[in-house]
Design a protein around this ligand. Structure first.
Ligand code: BGC
Length: 662
């Protein structure tokens, strides 16, 4: 096994060869000193299929078919860190089986703008929630002797013009909102590698941004792993050399000798021998990563592939990640209705093979239609793939039950890399179709599969509405089990669903652009902005119903060492088992101006049998109450009266207590 001191035995050329790719997804071996090739793959939804060397094209190999994992918004909607760990372990294990060393996952940028093409690859608008979910996910991946690569550092909140757009943001918002998840990935999860973003921050590309990489990531947070560029995100040799870039990936200049960190870097080093210390640091980091993933160790984990356990894990995540937004005594559909009509463009669509770099080849993928056929095996299921509106409505009038499965999907311009959406509307005339169906059959159940918010002009007429991300291999079964009541839904929104774009803080505060994007919403991203200005969303952050009523009582808060201990009781008032995520929001002392009314600082998902009551214990760390102070250039805690809200969502506060924290 290699160790970092091997750097002392390597030639300049050998060392430089470790600073750039040698193929689309690997870095060269140095057999003379026993260093093996370092092999990577995308990405969050499973292990990507092998790509051709000359163009972005999958090789179409059967053996690349893997377990299709729920996307990041679905995983985060579970609010269940244990499930993140499980999902991470599946990803790591399958990556090992395919011989990978680094899996280019997870993506954790803030969901700031509903149009963001990659929102579906990210988790949430809230930095605390991201921190709590990314940590077990990375630990799960890395438990399998594979490096996670958290991306895209930083401020990739839009896709259109992503290679050039410059972001201007206050330091307060940078540290409190945009970097928190990355900080947790480094400090709490111990992530082995980080990928830079394509965009610029303060007019310098994030893949070699002196402030973001050297000052914050490496100096402030003490990151000692590998910082790599996004594919073809490196623009300058000198900046790459000096500003913390350890590996340049994804050249678009033909031969990798032409990469910025290849021959040009070698020439620079020959001219400036004093720069060799910078090179040695880059190489040490790579060798450290080799050692961490036990590369070359005969006892290294060899992984597993498409096992029943892996498939079950996707079911577990999907079934807890589905969010019930609205239900006026329609769901669940128990028993076997005689005629079920299934409609909508996502009913029989497979979702695994799109989205850009996160596309995978699935070993199998249960569509919603197949899931409904499995679940309601004794019903007559009618699905008319290309029916005209008239026929569809006639069928809906005759049906005992209508399931409309709509939403977005992965093509450029919807939920996909490289471009943002043009607007927040459902495509393909879905709004008209849903409105017409609701007229004919007011009990039509609507399930939207989407990675980012959409408008819902028909919402007042709808009685039952589910919201999901892309659900993975077992997704259709999980969805059907929620519809049929075998699963009591327990997902909660990880981002606000606004009524329209004009309500979105990123738009309302101005500065929004695809060239020089000024984040004038500052820290008031997502619910922080809607709450501050009393803008009513369609559905708020943290919202999600179940088929059960929950009663909250007996909130007790006490200051203890390092934070606030919180206990309360939660009772399941229904006759079926249920899960509830108790959310703790904090309101700041009066003397602190310019804060949102509340911020999420703790949560806990509890499982309750029918009629069961449990005491739930939570803890708010004092460190998490500290706010970024620009003049001190650090987080500063202020003593005072804080308000603790125990809540079922950011706008459903069940219990509150004031407490002096000092
Ligand atoms: C994406 C990355 C991805 C890389 C390699 C880039 O276009 O932004 O997320 O890991 O390609 O496929």
């Amino acid at each position: 096994m290699v160790n970092e001191n091997l750097v002392n035995e390597m030639t300049l050329e050998e060392k430089v060869s470790l600073c750039h790719a040698c193929s689309r997804f690997s870095v060269a071996s140095v057999p003379r000193v026993g260093i093996e090739e370092l092999v990577m793959s995308d990405g969050p939804n499973g292990v990507r299929e092998e790509q051709a060397e000359d163009e972005w094209r999958g090789l179409g190999r059967k053996e690349d078919e893997c377990t299709y994992l729920p996307n990041m918004t679905t995983m985060a909607s579970t609010w269940n860190p244990e499930l993140c760990k499980k999902q991470g372990a599946v990803l790591g294990s399958e990556a090992r089986f395919r011989g990978k060393d680094i899996i280019l996952s997870p993506g954790i940028n803030i969901i700031r703008n509903p149009l963001g093409g990659r929102n579906f690859e990210y988790m949430s608008e809230d930095p605390y929630l991201i921190s709590q979910m990314v940590t077990p996910l990375i630990q799960g991946i890395q438990s399998q002797d594979v490096a996670a690569c958290v991306k895209h550092y930083a401020l990739n909140n839009e896709e259109t013009n992503r290679g050039e757009v410059n972001v201007e943001v206050s330091k307060r918002a940078l540290f409190e909102i945009y970097l928190k998840g990355f900080e947790a990935a480094v400090k709490d999860a111990g992530v082995y590698s980080v990928m830079g973003a394509y965009n610029c921050y303060n007019h310098q590309h994030c893949c070699h941004n002196a402030y973001l990489v050297n000052e914050i990531l490496k100096d402030r947070w003490g990151f000692d792993g590998v910082f790599m560029s996004d594919w073809a995100g490196t623009k300058d040799t000198m900046e790459g050399a000096c500003n913390g870039l350890d590996i340049e990936m994804g050249s678009e200049r033909g031969d990798h000798r032409n990469d910025h960190m290849a021959d040009a870097f070698l020439a620079l080093l020959k001219q400036h021998p004093e720069m060799e210390a910078l090179l040695d640091d880059k190489v040490r980091r790579s060798l450290r990563l080799h050692a961490r993933i036990r590369k070359g160790d005969p006892n290294r984990n060899s992984g597993a592939y498409n096992t029943p356990e892996h498939q079950q894990a996707t079911y577990d995540v999907a079934s807890e990640g589905i969010v019930l937004l609205k239900n006026e005594n329609v769901l669940p559909i128990t028993g076997s209705p005689a005629r079920i009509l299934v409609a909508g463009p996502n009913a029989d669509r497979k979702q695994s093979d799109g989205g850009g770099s996160s596309a995978i080849r699935a070993f199998y993928e249960v569509t919603p239609l197949e899931g409904i056929q499995n679940r309601f095996a004794n019903s007559q299921i009618i699905y008319l793939a290309d029916a005209d509106r008239e026929t569809l409505l006639a069928e809906a009038a005759k049906a005992d039950c209508v399931f409309y499965i709509g939403g977005l999907h992965h093509i450029e311009g919807l939920d996909s890399e490289n471009a943002d959406k043009k607007d927040m509307k459902l495509p393909y005339g879905q709004d008209e179709e849903i409105a017409a169906l609701l007229q004919v059959n007011p009990n039509t159940v609507i399930a939207l599969i989407s990675g980012s918010p959409v408008e819902m002009p028909w919402l007042n007429e709808a009685k039952a509405l589910l919201w999901t991300g892309y659900l993975g291999t077992e997704g259709g079964n999980a969805l059907a089990d929620v519809l049929g009541g075998a699963v009591n839904p327990s997902g909660k929104l990880t981002y606000t669903l606004p009524r329209c774009m004009e309500d979105v803080p990123a738009v309302r505060y101005g500065g929004y652009s695809y060239e020089n994007n000024r984040y004038l919403d500052d820290i008031f991203v997502g619910y922080r902005g809607y709450d501050r200005d009393n803008v009513e969303p369609l559905f708020c952050f943290g919202h999600g119903l179940s088929y059960s009523e929950m009663q909250y009582s007996d909130l007790v808060c006490a200051v203890s060492d390092g934070g606030v201990d919180i206990t309360l009781k939660v009772k399941n008032l229904s006759k079926i088992p249920a899960k509830e995520t108790v959310q703790i929001y904090v309101g700041y002392p009066e003397q602190i101006s310019d804060r949102p009314p509340r911020e999420l600082k703790a949560f806990h998902k509890v499982t309750l049998a029918a009629g069961e009551e449990k005491q739930v214990k939570l803890f708010v760390k004092k460190a998490d109450l500290a706010l970024f102070c620009e003049s001190a250039d650090s987080f500063v805690f202020s003593e005072g009266m804080y308000r603790i809200d125990a809540a079922a969502s950011s706008r459903n506060i069940r219990l509150s207590q004031e407490i002096a924290v000092y």
